[in-house]
Design a protein around this ligand. Structure first.
Ligand code: SF4
Length: 418
């Protein structure tokens, strides 16, 4: 069975279990999310069978545009988190000579999953710096070792009108290239506008949810904080899902329901996390709530003020795609990464930062010191530089990570006089 077929069976079982035995302690909108994921997996399966060309449009870069052009969505990055046997794919990537032990392990997995036939190899792979150098290199590697075309979009670092025009022009050229190379692929502006309207509604719900994080105690923490920034595809049903989720979080906030009962400490968690353990459980035992997952696409879920550099001007549809792509902090300057993080910490009254120093993460490792200095100087809060990987337990295992988290929390509580 391929990945999508496995997903269909898994999600069908999960939905059935919830229907038969609903858990009132969980957000009820979870069921709707599983239904959305199920629909998406079935669509992907269908597209694969019918030979439709696949492109994720570089995900955050131009995912919406790729859909408006008629590409099917492969979701290879999402599959990385959905698989249960990450280490099997890391081993395959290692045997192909990829540097899995010295760089971010998740960037090697999409290649191995595709090579095993679990998901289709994208026919058009956008390479750009929106994520990070390892991700970009993985795209280039794929296009040399497998069938797809790869298309480079130079993102530019600054959030300003000049860069907006630069990226918009490149997206126009990307459309021309795809239309001339893929039969059946055609840019549909009405479709793009429709998708963007839905995207804006979803962003509005995200922003509302962000406001509820300010509550003490927070109604959102840990896995939910990560989950809320992990999107499902854009559709009318997805808009409905995010609306219901927002209402549920609002209700929890109004009733004073804490995600971590007895909340004593509020932290944010950056970059990524170990997926072989549940670090939030460790923190919850110490009454510590993780309010937000701070990563590249954080501007899509947090109303960061300086993000609207184009002022009140109405952006054209392609400009909106470019503006969204430029807002990724992975591809920005170090100053943007750090200053936006400090703004959020201040806004949410955060007591400490868990800076996940992901092995090989070129987008963030070089900024460790800047994060620490800014947090101490501007906010007077400590930073845990937590070294780790996503699946590689040999680098930093569960015990090591648990001990470091516990020590950090104890220190923060001492600082607060608890
Ligand atoms: S953790 Fe860092 S290196 Fe890995 S995919 Fe994310 S940004 Fe890239």
């Amino acid at each position: 069975m391929n990945y999508y077929e496995t997903e269909v069976i898994k999600l069908q079982k999960r939905i059935k279990r919830i229907e038969e035995n609903p858990d009132q302690t969980k957000l009820q909108s979870n069921k709707l999310r599983y239904e959305l994921q199920l629909e998406q997996s079935m669509e992907q399966l269908e597209a694969w069978k019918s030979g439709k060309p696949f492109s994720d449009g570089g995900g955050f870069t131009a995912g919406t545009l790729a859909r408006a052009m008629g590409f099917a969505f492969a979701g290879s990055s999402g599959a990385v988190f959905g698989i249960n046997e990450a280490n099997k794919y890391i081993d395959i990537a290692r045997t192909r000579g990829l540097p899995t032990d010295n760089t971010c392990d998740m960037t090697s997995i999409p290649f191995a999953i595709a090579e095993c036939g679990e998901v289709p190899v994208e026919d058009m792979f956008i390479c750009d710096q929106h994520a990070c150098t390892p991700m970009m290199l993985a795209g280039i590697f794929l296009s040399h070792s497998q069938k797809p075309s790869s298309y480079f979009i130079d993102m530019g670092f600054e959030e300003n009108e000049r860069n907006l025009k630069y990226v918009t022009d490149q997206l126009g050229e990307f459309i021309e290239y795809c239309e001339s190379h893929f039969p059946g692929i055609k840019y549909n502006e009405d479709k793009l506008i429709e998708l963007q309207e839905m995207e804006e509604k979803i962003r509005g719900y995200y922003y509302d949810i962000y406001e509820f994080r300010k509550n003490k105690p927070s109604p959102i923490a840990g896995k939910d904080a990560f989950q809320l920034s992990a999107g499902v595809g854009i559709s009318k049903k997805a808009v409905e899902y995010y609306g219901i989720r927002r209402d549920e979080v609002a209700e929890r906030a109004a009733k004073g329901i804490a995600a971590v009962p007895g909340e004593k400490l509020r932290v944010i968690w950056t970059v990524t996390r170990p997926f072989f353990m549940d670090p939030f459980e460790v923190l919850a035992k110490k009454k510590t709530a993780v309010l937000l997952h701070y990563s590249g696409p954080v501007a899509a879920v947090v109303p960061i003020p300086q993000n609207r550099y184009w002022g009140e001007r109405q952006l054209k549809p392609l400009e909106k795609v470019a503006a969204h792509a430029i807002s990724s902090l992975w591809a920005g300057t170090g100053d943007r990464w750090v200053s936006n993080m400090m703004w959020i910490c201040k806004d949410l009254k955060i007591d400490g930062i868990i800076n996940y120093c992901m092995l090989g993460c070129s987008a963030t490792l070089g900024l460790k010191r800047m994060v620490e200095e800014a947090a101490q100087k501007e906010l007077g809060i400590p930073v845990l530089q937590l070294e780790g990987s996503q699946w590689n337990k040999d680098y930093a295992g569960e015990e090591t990570i648990t001990n470091q988290l516990n020590e950090f929390v104890d220190m923060c509580l001492n600082m607060k006089g608890n």
